[in-house]
Write a protein that binds this ligand. Structure first.
Ligand code: NAD
Length: 357
């Protein structure tokens, strides 16, 4: 019997709707497997701006830091579009990542057999399903390096500097090796080592670390080739680890391969097992409050929480299998609906998944 304290940030738009379904599933898992999940609801994003005048109140940060993990719905929406940039709801995400020290972002891209039609690639390329996990460094590299303008050879020029320290590389690779150990023990480090010094340092550190993970098959691939291989032969990948910018681009490419934004979860980690879990989609203001949002990405996000933060493999598998079962029965929210299937709303989809737990 485990005790787990979870901070819940429902956020804006469809955030509260999908988060509620995820919390219900987690409670059912708790009952079935004898765990005590406690939930503390806190505000961030637009709703926090409305309630307390700031997108990431101190109380929210404190509750997240005191929790074992954080579940986040989504933040933002047109209501706050005119708010000055520094206080926009989406700034809460950056604040949470930096304050909670979340340097590693995990994004699975998975194609369920029942939804193979949604994949834009040829059927034979993804035959038998697809299950890739991208581990992206989140707080270093070119996005956080020195930026500026200066006088150059041809007049004014702009520059953005990519820097990675051994410590930063080591901690993200550690994370990636650990995750690879929990999956198929295959790790591909994606870089541009033919051109970039930082990439060569990534390779040096990876080579030093691989002896600690003798069971993991480590390989390297240049990012331009990886972008091509993801659409040519994505099944060759299991876990991909890469820098902030390359991960930003490749994880979007990989998620598009699966065909639906409403299905994909994500996780962000710092040191240790604490993590923040959220669907990759935003607050979808166009469908908010209409019982149309697909709750599966949020539900699979808590599945990732069970697996990666709490190491509850069986419980995580129970969630994944329940999702798979309802998809195989033809149950669909509007975003993944096609003729001949059963159309469900957010709540009904949540209930259908619950029945399989
Ligand atoms: P979005 O992901 O909210 O929506 C894009 C499209 O996908 C919309 O048509 C939406 O209806 C659909 N969609 C998204 N999630 C869905 C779901 N679960 N089920 C069914 N359909 C779904 O992206 P956007 O429209 O670019 O952004 C809307 C707001 O969300 C903006 O304010 C943006 O800044 C914010 N945003 C927040 C996050 C986050 O909180 N992590 C991420 C991305 C965008």
């Amino acid at each position: 019997m485990g005790e787990y304290k979870i901070a819940v940030i429902q956020g804006d738009g469809i955030g509260p709707e999908v988060t509620q379904e995820a919390v219900t599933i987690l409670k059912a898992i708790g009952e079935k497997f004898q765990h005590n999940f406690s939930f503390e609801y806190v505000l961030a994003g637009g709703c926090a701006i409305d309630a307390c005048g700031e997108c990431l109140p101190k109380e929210t940060l404190a509750a997240c830091k005191a929790a074992d993990s954080v579940m986040l719905g989504a933040v933002g929406g047109p209501k706050w579009d005119s708010v000055p940039n520094a206080q926009r709801p989406e700034k809460a995400l950056l604040g949470l990542r930096s304050e909670l020290g979340l340097f590693s972002n995990l994004r699975p891209a998975k194609i369920y057999d029942a939804l193979a039609d949604a994949c834009p690639l040829k059927a034979e390329i993804v035959d038998g399903g697809l299950d890739i996990l991208i581990v992206r460094e989140l707080t270093g590299g070119i996005y956080f390096g020195e930026h500026g303008y200066r006088e150059g050879k041809y007049g004014e020029e702009a520059y953005d500097v990519e820097t990675y320290s051994e410590v930063e590389i080591k901690r993200i690779l550690n994370n990636a090796f650990d995750v690879a150990m929990q999956r198929n023990k295959k790790l591909c480090c994606v870089d541009k080592a033919n051109v970039l010094e930082t990439s060569r340092l990534w390779r040096k550190v990876a080579e030093e670390m691989k002896t600690d993970y003798p069971e993991v098959a480590l390989s390297y691939m240049y990012v331009d080739n990886a972008a091509m291989q993801l659409v040519r032969n994505p099944k060759q990948f299991d876990v991909i680890v890469t820098s902030n910018m390359f991960g930003d681009i490749l994880s979007d490419e990989a998620s598009m391969i699966t065909g639906s934004i409403g299905l994909l979860p994500s996780a962000s980690f710092g040191d240790g097992t604490f993590g923040m879990y959220e669907p990759i989609h935003g607050s979808a203001p166009d469908i908010a409050g209409q019982n149309k949002a697909n709750p599966i990405a949020a539900i699979l996000s808590v599945g990732m929480m069970l697996k990666y933060s709490f190491h509850l493999e069986t419980e995580a598998a129970a969630i994944e299998n329940a999702v798979k079962a309802v998809l195989e029965q033809g149950m669909r929210t509007p975003d993944i609906y096609s003729e001949g299937n059963i159309l469900l709303g957010t709540r009904e989809m949540g209930e259908a998944i619950l029945k399989h737990i």
